[in-house]
Design a protein around this ligand. Sequence first.
Ligand SMILES: [Zn+2]
Length: 78
Amino acid sequence: MQREMYSFVCPNCGSALLNLLDYESLMVLRADLGLFTMACPSCAAKTSMLRPIPPLLRDDVGTAAAEIHAGMGRKLDA
Ligand SMILES: [Zn+2]
């Protein structure tokens, strides 16, 4: 199960598992690097972390970035 690669323990309460794929917001810094923000289902704290964007999210990210004309480190339309 690929999801498990992106799980980590909440740094605030130390009990709940958060998953990058359940991000609340994602700020794309580069085509393959983003600042993920997740809300903990247990303590409700928000955690932000800089992580490589999982390959399975890259299509979504590319589409979203193109829609808002975000810089992705390369030209999207010629
Ligand atoms: Zn927590």
